[in-house]
Design a protein. Sequence first.
Length: 536
Amino acid sequence: MQTVSPQTEPGNGSVRKLPRDRYVDFLRAYSIAFVVFGHWLATVVVWGPGIPISGHNVLEDVPVLKYWTWVNQVMPLFFFISGFSNFMTWRAMERRHKGYGAFVRARVERMIRPLGFFLVAWLVLAGVLDATGFGGETLETVSEYVASPLWFMVAFMLLVIVTPIMVKVHERFGVRAVLAMLVAVALADVFRIGFGLGAFAIVNVAFVWLCVQQVGFFYADGTLLRLPSKLYIGLAVGALALLIALVTVGPYPTSMVSVEDSNLSNMMPPSFALMVMGACHLAIAMLLRPTLSRVLERPRAWFGVVAINLRMMTIFLWHLTAVPIVVAFMMAVNFPQPPPGTLAWWAARAAWMAMLAMVLSPMVLAFGRLEVQRPNTAQIARRQSLAAPSKLLDDVSLTVGALLVALSVMAFTYVGFDEALTVRPETPGGFLASPLLAAAYLLVGLSLMRTPSVRGIVLTGAAAILWVLSAATFGDSLGPLQGGISDHVIGVTAGTVLLAAGLGTHIQRRREATPLRDPSGELQRSAFPARRSSVA
């Protein structure tokens, strides 16, 4: 996660590093901490003699807490910071004359190892529990619960992939691009909510997070730092007033997170109201920046921020896994279950949060090392020896690989990890996902991101097309690997792109290796490397 701004020294063209923007790291740590806190606080699990274990959101029991989500919903702030980091990393890659593939690798490599381990660990655990008869409805509920926040990683990877394009948009159109996306989201909500045209939800999914990232670009280029405090005060007050109007007079629900007792959601898909709330958060964050930046100069405050940032992905991935472990303990000791919202419930909630933190801590210590990659000379040498034979091939393999990993994570978000051989037909968007198919996407995506050879890319592309042809021919006979129409479209597209890039690179290399001939038919000496003279 780069927050250092390399800049060119005037006159000599050398690159220097500006001091790290500690406030960016603080906002990132704050966002992840609030996500964890919010999920733990909101989770209510019910059990008892003859009562199946079930869970729900405390907002359904205590509606007044829906206003708390105006503070606790920090996803817009997180993607704002991601926009800053994506912008800075892309600029650094341009200065170093590195390509698109190097940028994608730099942005997603840190998350791939802890993410892959988390997915594989849960697949194995769910498979063992299913095989030994401890699966069933409870395991299905738990596996879908722990996978539910993974949508954030899908959005993050997709935003990384389109960052170079959006930087060009930022350079050419500036604030007009942000305003256009705001208008697009507002109009999409009119059609989606006012006229019941649910297909417009895709506009929200795309443009809300793109718009938030685009605003992060303005922080990265210094524009937001030059604006006066009075403007941010006006933005905070105006956004809050508009948000109140949208949820009281307008059609939007009060909660900024999805709640089952509401017909509409401000998160799935993200709504215009969520963007207004995000604007309020941004204004407050910019107003607090000078004061908090001074606080972050203190060693103790900075140490806490660094500690969270170093294990950020591990904390995010495993924080919900702690919940079923604590619930099992509470059931074993017959822990009291006071009604949600009562004074006794809040007292018990403090113990609940403490136990969750105690369970999560050893997970972070054990698995966090996967997140921090120390320089390894042997690994660097191996990567250089396996470097893709062309920049085009590197760009294609990394992009397709990242897309497949994102698709895998999206599938796990919907289907969980249990019953790997079972197809979930309710998966939206024309996908027909199963944990086994999601695992296949993950395996292929990770292999493509490890800089494979030309042969490996060609074989992967051919295998993708062969899979689609087999699915079209045999259909249900492929069971959990059959996929849906969207899976097949992605398979054909990815396979064609990989085949074209791989075969094109192979043909180019053959041409470069073929000796050239002059019109008389003689071989040109320039086609061969010059020999060293044997005379000293």
